[in-house]
Structure formats: structure tokens, C-alpha cells
Design a protein around this ligand. Structure first.
Ligand code: TYM
Length: 378
């Protein structure tokens, strides 16, 4: 069941809405996923010869069947990766979080990635959206994915509206086996929900199984994504074996927060989100206005220190912009002791984001000439 509540401060985590303070332990319990244990993380590190930043810092915190996928891999049955994007606007740096781990896994396990660009989803779930706009964002968002350095020969982007013929037969097999009552309980559908939306989960399930159709090989899919997408996999896992497939496995990340007080980074609050296309002065303004929870005056902060746990700026160093663990710990200590003031951290973060975006934006433009190589072929 998705967690929904009428109370405004209460946690709501569905594929289409995240609000309130997210309690990740509670999500593990209520979604019925497994915590990513130290033992499993160690196993991952042994496979990849690296303890990836997002894993060692606990940004990925939960999974389903990751251990089973590694067992199969050890016995010679590889896996494919699957993830995606609902292109309702430009990509923000929160979206990059699961894609960065996906790229790491592609590199280390030398495996295929199926990437679903869901212009159809974003059209049906938003009353105001126009299909042509969503499709256009789909192509623009693909540039961000490519800019991260995925391998063209192993990456297959499915642009849903254009490529629906590849998914439709699988989606029908899936849809036939999921009742409306299950879908309603899982996604909270109402009498007023349109039919396109109600059918949608079958289309998001389909790429879990596309590899067999394209290659004849039956291997599991491993899906890196934030925890909001989990309800899709719950219903897909229930019917996978009936259709002769492995249950799709997942590895779930936390949400990169927005620059405001609490809440995940969300495109619907553009002043607290950093988009990959933002120019330097816009990044500077947004970071400058970020919530840090710092004290009222410099003198007070020097005396009592501040709290990095509630500071949005610190979270960006943790998730993306400080690779070096020692330096991160140092920053944290200096914040708590009052040695570093919020203005310094904001200045550092602005520089780091702008350095990253300058490179990313160059690669993004270059990707315009290679996007066809990544588009799934028949
Ligand atoms: P979308 O476009 O909402 O999100 C794309 C991916 O980004 C993750 N995400 C975040 N991760 C960290 N911090 C955040 N603040 C944050 N916000 C979003 C999402 O979990 C997702 O992994 N229906 C999907 C598209 C889709 C898909 C998939 C996603 C189709 N097939 C398979 C993941 C896996 C969507 O609208 O994603």
C-alpha cells in the first residue's frame, strides 16, 4: 500500500507524490523491502572492487532480492539494469542520484541498461500536460542520461510513445494478471482516476521483461531508483513468475532533499531545485537562499555551532559534491563547532555545483549528436 494520509505533515510516498518527513525505516517496514545490510554492501564491494560513495554513505538503504541477483550472477546468470524517467520538465540533480549508481553498476558488471522515458505517463497523470511537450522533454532528458557516460552499445533508451510496440504485448500480459482491486490498493486509484493512469503500471512493468523478448535470454532485471517507485515493483514481482520471468530486483535510494526546509528535491518547487540546465547565476541565487538551520548571527553560530543534519547544503556535499570522506567529516565537525559559517559552505557548494554543471552541460550538448545510438533498436 502507498502511504497516504489526510494530515498535511504526515509522510506521503507514492510514485507521484512525496511529502512530509520521510521515515525510511518505516518505509522498509510498510513497503516490505529489506534493509541494505553491511554484509550485502561488503559483498557488493567485493564484486566491484570499490565501495561506491552512494553505498558506503547509506544513500541506497533498501533492496529487494539484490542478494538473489548476486547469487545468480556468481553462478553465471547475469542481470540487466532497468531504470527510467518521467519527463515532465528538465532533469534536476536529484534524478541523477540513482542514475549515477546505475552507471557504476553498468561499468562494474558490464551489463545492459534498459531506460524507460515515460512521456505517456507524464501525459496521463497531469491534467494540464500536452503529449508533444512530454515527448520533447523526453529527448532533452535523454541528453542528461547520456552525459553521465553510459555505454552506447549497452544502453537502450525506450521512448514510450515512439517505442510502445516493443512494450505493448508484455504490458498486456502484465495487465491481464493484475486486478483493479490490487491496483487500487497499491496506488490509491479513485473513481475519478483516468483509464490511462490506471493502465499505466503495466507499461512501467514491461521493461523488466523486455530483455528476454529482444535476446531470448531469461535473466533478472535489477532496478536502481528512489524508494517512491517501489509500488510498481511490488505488483510486478507478484506476477513475474506466472509469466515465466525472474522477479525484478531493486535497490532503493533516499531522496536528495530540496534546498528548502525538509522535503525531497522536486521540479514543482523550482527555486529549491537545481536543474542540470541552470546557469551559474541561478545556481548561486538558489544556493544562497537555501535553508541551513544556521543561527541568527555569526557571533551566535561561532559560539554554539550549527546542525549539519538539518542543513540542506550539507546534504549536497554528502550526496554528490564531496567525494572525500575525511573532508566531509571535517566539514561536519567544523559546522558543529561553529568554525565554519553557513556562508562559506554555500560559497563552496555553489562553486562545486557550477563546476559540475559546466562539464555536464558541455557533455549534454555533445550528446545531441549521439542520442540515436542510445535509442533502442528493433
Ligand atoms: P521520475 O522522473 O519521477 O524520477 C526519475 C528517477 O529519479 C528518482 N528521484 C530521485 N532520486 C533521488 N532524489 C530525489 N529527490 C529524486 N526525485 C526522483 C526516482 O525515484 C526515479 O528513479 N515513473 C518514473 C519513470 C520510470 C522509472 C522506471 C523510474 C519508468 N520506469 C524504472 C525508475 C525505474 C518517474 O516518473 O520517475
Amino acid at each position: 500500500m502507498c502511504l497516504t494520509d489526510e494530515n498535511k505533515n504526515e509522510m506521503v510516498v507514492t510514485p507521484w507524490e512525496v511529502r512530509g518527513k520521510v521515515d525510511y525505516e518505516r518505509l522498509i517496514r510498510e513497503f516490505g523491502t529489506q534493509p541494505l545490510t553491511d554484509e550485502l554492501l561488503k559483498r557488493m564491494a567485493e564484486h566491484t572492487n570499490e565501495h561506491h560513495l552512494q553505498l558506503r554513505r547509506g544513500l541506497f538503504f533498501s533492496h529487494r532480492d539484490l542478494d538473489a541477483v548476486l547469487d545468480l550472477n556468481d553462478r553465471g546468470t547475469k542481470f540487466v539494469l532497468y531504470t527510467g524517467r518521467g519527463p515532465s520538465g528538465p532533469v534536476h540533480i536529484g534524478h541523477l542520484v540513482p542514475w549515477i549508481l546505475t552507471k557504476h553498476l553498468q561499468d562494474k558488471f558490464d551489463t545492459r541498461l534498459y531506460f524507460q522515458m515515460t512521456d505517456d505517463e507524464k501525459f496521463v497523470v497531469d491534467d494540464e500536460s500536452k503529449l508533444a511537450d512530454m515527448t520533447k522533454f523526453g529527448y532533452e532528458n535523454a541528453l542528461d542520461l547520456i552525459a553521465l557516460g553510459f555505454k552506447p552499445e549497452k544502453t537502450f533508451i525506450i521512448f514510450d510513445v515512439q517505442d510502445i510496440d516493443l512494450l505493448y504485448d508484455i504490458a498486456l500480459e502484465v495487465a491481464k494478471r493484475i486486478t483493479y482491486s490490487t491496483a487500487k490498493a497499491t496506488f490509491g486509484f479513485q473513481d475519478s482516476t483516468n483509464l490511462g493512469w490506471i493502465f499505466w503500471p503495466a507499461i512501467q512493468a514491461a521493461p523488466c521483461f523486455i530483455h528476454k523478448k529482444l535476446t531470448g535470454e531469461n535473466v533478472p532485471a535489477l532496478i536502481p531508483a528512489a524508494i517512491d517507485q517501489d509500488p510498481f515493483w511490488r505488483i510486478t514481482r507478484d506476477i513475474a513468475q506466472k509469466l515465466g520471468y525472474y522477479k525484478p530486483a531493486q535497490i532503493h535510494c533516499r531522496f536528495l532533499p530540496g534546498l528548502g526546509e525538509g522535503g525531497k528535491m522536486s521540479a514543482s518547487e523550482p527555486e529549491t531545485a537545481i536543474f542540470t540546465t541552470d546557469p551559474p547565476e541561478v545556481v548561486k541565487r538558489k544556493v544562497w537562499n537555501a535553508f541551513t538551520g544556521g543561527k541568527g548571527t555569526a557571533a551566535e553560530q561561532k559560539k554554539t555551532g550549527a546542525d549539519p543534519d538539518i542543513c540542506s547544503v550539507f546534504q549536497y556535499f554528502l550526496y554528490l559534491f564531496e567525494e572525500n570522506d575525511k573532508k566531509l567529516t571535517e566539514r561536519e565537525k567544523q559546522c558543529r563547532s561553529g568554525e565554519t559559517l553557513c556562508g562559506e559552505c554555500k560559497k563552496d557548494l555553489t562553486e562545486r555545483i557550477n563546476r559540475f554543471l559546466a562539464e555536464h552541460q558541455k557533455k549534454r550538448e555533445k550528446a545531441r549528436s549521439t542520442v540515436d545510438e542510445f535509442h533502442i533498436k528493433r
